[in-house]
Design a protein around this ligand. Structure first.
Ligand code: 5AD
Ligand code: SF4
Length: 328
């Protein structure tokens, strides 16, 4: 619906007032004043990858943890106690039996405890038959960020990984029948706005059901610890553009945005975003899931009580036990 030049111009801030009004209009046309709430459990911070931007990259000797299946199930019960309809199990990328066995174990238990709950996975690239198996066990959605669709940049900052494998994973997840979410990191060094505009249009072609973009946050003990943080306005514009391009997708106001700009986090809910997330990871482990600076420790990340208040104050509402699936 937008040409490349139009996306580029909107990303640059040429017409913010129109963009944000139109994004809000399209969002309300499809999702009304409702905001979908997710509860996240960060199941482990072990990771086999060494992404340049990430605080839990393999080479960092940070404190590692792995929640037991019992701890995950207890945490899922806490989430259900808050009447939240979808539970996200997120972790570092780890194609190991240990990691996958825990998912195999907890998904059916969560579904048994509460059949009316959507289980969403975010565990990166796994063998495609494992994706199918976990779907059979009850998972319905999968988050797998591209970070960038630029081949050279991707393969530089995700050492040892091929961009094709991640695109194949997205296509395979969609074919298996998952609702799939993906997106980018705005403002990474070497990732200019022209590349970003092309990536937005390319992701639309892949046909994902959710779109999520974070601002780059310079994080200690990474190769990019001294770089400049990403521009939160561009993050908001990208979400608004995607809402207009794909009216039916889910678009979260991301936690990383709330870390850099609590004000824009709130505003993004009236600029096309329709999803918020709260971490329920036990506090001791939560501080170790530090993919970026401020994650898990910032006072600005709303807890569940504050999040519900924030949504209400915006004139929006959360429906108890809503699965919050993408309408796409
Ligand atoms: N800045 C912003 N986002 C980041 N992520 C990881 N590290 C950073 C960072 N330094 C995001 C990536 C990843 C998700 C779990 O968090 O998009 O997929
Ligand atoms: Fe691992 Fe994801 Fe961090 Fe990359 S971004 S190092 S895959 S946790």
């Amino acid at each position: 619906m937008f040409t490349y030049n139009e996306v580029l111009s909107l990303l640059s801030g040429a017409d913010d007032e129109w963009l944000y009004n139109e994004a809000n209009r399209v969002k309300e046309e499809n999702y009304g004043k409702e905001v979908f709430l997710r509860g996240i459990i960060e199941t482990s911070n072990y990771c086999e990858n060494n992404c340049w931007y990430c605080g839990i990259r393999k080479n960092n000797n940070c404190k590692r943890y792995r929640l037991t299946s019992k701890e995950i199930i207890e945490t899922a019960k806490n989430i259900k106690g808050q009447n939240i309809g979808s539970i996200v199990l997120q972790g570092g990328e780890e194609n190991t039996k240990e990691n996958i066995d825990i998912l195999r174990k907890v998904i059916p238990v969560i579904k048994e405890l509460s059949p009316e709950t959507d289980v969403v996975l975010s565990h990166g690239i796994l063998p495609h038959d494992v994706y199918a198996e976990l779907k059979e066990l009850g998972a319905t959605r999968y988050l797998i960020k591209m970070e960038t669709l630029q081949k050279d940049l991707y393969e530089k900052i995700r050492p040892g990984q091929k961009i094709k494998d991640r695109i194949d994973a997205i296509e395979s997840l969609i074919n298996i029948g998952y609702q799939v979410g993906s997106g980018f990191i705005v403002g990474m060094p070497g990732y200019n706005i022209e590349m970003f505009a092309r990536d937005i249009l390319r992701l639309q072609e892949l046909g994902v059901h959710m779109f999520s973009t974070t601002p780059f946050i310079a994080t200690p003990k990474t190769p990019w610890s001294s770089e400049v943080n990403g521009d939160c306005d561009i993050v908001c514009r990208a979400a608004a553009i995607y809402r207009i391009l794909e009216p039916l997708v889910n678009i979260p106001a991301t936690t990383a945005l709330s870390v850099l700009s609590p004000v824009l986090f709130k505003k993004s809910l009236e600029r096309g975003c329709n999803v918020v997330m709260c971490s329920f990871t036990p506090p001791e482990e939560k501080v170790s899931y530090k993919i970026y600076e401020g994650k898990g420790v910032s006072r600005d990340i709303p807890n569940i009580v504050k999040m519900k208040e924030l949504v209400k104050k915006q004139g929006l509402f959360i429906v108890d036990n809503e699965l919050g699936r993408s309408k796409k």
